[in-house]
Design a protein around this ligand. Structure first.
Ligand code: PHE
Length: 334
């Protein structure tokens, strides 16, 4: 059996040395080393040897096997090197040619506007906070003084979940969450940007998903003048030029008094048009109380502004539906 082993091993090594292709090597691998190969066959006969010879024979088989494996490995590498060399010498292959550029994206125009708004308010000492997109009816409506019969609660306007939660219809519920997180201790200065949802039939100016930023400032002795001053400064920075603002009375249940704020470039002629920018007002005492503040001690102002429209104005985009449409031909323009 030992002779047979040596014969097999030297045959195998010879075949490896003579191999002309990797297929020849695979053939040796299979017929000699394989599970049904010659070596395995030989090992199965080990039982016919006298007991004291079995162990040394087994060891010898392993040694020969390892030698064959090593020779196979070396020849495979040699074949690989030859192939690689051929590839490099192939005139159609130019290893100095630049690689394929990996396409990179960029921030969405709305994300850029949001980040600018955050930077401006961070610079004014505000914190940026967050709230859930799936809200309770209580936070989205009740605690904001929006009565049970208010049309905004209608499922025409609001996405109701089967659990009784809503997809928040505005960022104003974050006012309450921020106030409560502050534990009724003034001062509080926060903004809360994020996605909001309304059950709208999409058109050029309406979408079911859009973006707002909420702002809230609460402290002792805060007045409408503080609100007007901060918002004029904010809008001047956002639009990159001094703006003047005017307040028009407007009803929002969670502020009193409430306003719509219009803006136009500072120094415009009197007849120049005003652009409606945002909703704002002095936080209603009930809302302050619901947030854990004492309305006899503190006052506050709040605003809510759409972010999508800012991005649209900036880039001359005329249809809101492009914004979340995901069309790369649109997005790549910015
Ligand atoms: N939440 C209001 C809206 O979505 C905006 C607003 C916020 C108005 C804060 C006043 C104060 O229209």
């Amino acid at each position: 059996m030992k002779d047979r082993l040596e014969e097999l091993a030297s045959q195998a090594l010879q075949r490896i040395a003579d191999a002309e292709t990797t297929a020849d090597l695979e053939q040796v691998d299979k017929t000699i080393l394989g599970r049904k190969g010659e070596l395995a066959c030989l090992m199965r006969g080990i039982g016919s040897l006298p007991a004291e010879e079995r162990k040394p024979f087994g060891r010898l088989v392993n040694e020969r096997k390892e030698a064959i494996e090593a020779a196979l490995g070396a020849r495979r590498e040699a074949f690989d090197a030859v192939r690689q060399q051929a590839r490099l010498q192939d005139s159609r292959y130019d290893p100095t040619e630049p690689g394929l550029a990996v396409p990179t994206g960029h921030l969405h125009p709305i994300t850029r506007v949001r980040r600018e708004v955050e930077e401006i308010f961070l610079g004014l000492g505000f914190d940026v906070v967050d709230g859930p997109e799936v809200e309770t009816e209580e936070f989205n409506f009740d605690l904001l003084n929006i009565p049970a019969h208010h049309p905004a609660r209608d499922n025409q306007d609001t996405f109701w979940l089967e659990s009784g939660h809503v997809l928040r219809t505005h960022t104003s519920p974050v006012q309450l969450r921020a106030m409560r997180a502050r534990g009724g201790q003034p001062p509080l200065r926060v903004i809360a940007p994020g996605r909001v949802f309304r059950n709208e039939q999409p058109d050029r100016t309406h979408e079911a998903i859009f973006h707002q930023v909420e702002g809230l400032m609460v402290d002792r002795g805060i007045t409408v003048a503080d609100m007007k001053g901060v918002l004029a400064l904010f809008l001047s920075r956002l639009f990159g030029g001094d703006v003047e603002v005017r307040l028009r009375p407007h009803y929002f249940p969670f502020v009193e008094p409430g306003f719509e704020l219009d803006m136009r470039p500072a120094g415009s002629p009197p007849e120049a048009e005003w652009l409606e920018a945002l909703g704002c007002g002095m936080v209603h005492p009930d809302v302050l109380a619901a947030g854990g503040f004492d309305p006899d001690q503190v006052t506050g102002w709040a605003f809510g502004m759409g972010l999508d429209r800012v991005a649209m104005m900036r880039h001359g985009i005329d249809d809101l539906r492009w914004m979340l449409g995901g069309d790369l031909r649109f997005l790549q323009q910015f």
